[in-house]
Design a protein around this ligand. Structure first.
Ligand code: ZN
Length: 66
């Protein structure tokens, strides 16, 4: 019999760049819509440079496996 353990512990826990909490897949790379909005607010504030394309580091693909 196979004992299937749902023990998928990632080496590194992706964090929300806004508050540092573990990110939520639905709102990645943030943890909540609020954090996403806060980050968007920075963009509007001119603190961020808006990139032409949204690039995702190849690293991210590993974390989407679940
Ligand atoms: Zn957050």
């Amino acid at each position: 019999m196979m004992s299937k353990t749902e023990d998928k512990t990632p080496k590194k826990t992706p964090r929300c760049p806004q508050c540092g909490k573990p990110r939520v897949q639905a709102y990645r790379p943030f943890c909540t819509p609020r954090c996403r909005d806060l980050d968007l607010g920075k963009w509007l504030d001119g603190s961020y440079t808006i990139p032409a394309v949204e690039e995702e580091p190849p690293d991210e693909r590993n974390e989407e496996g679940w």
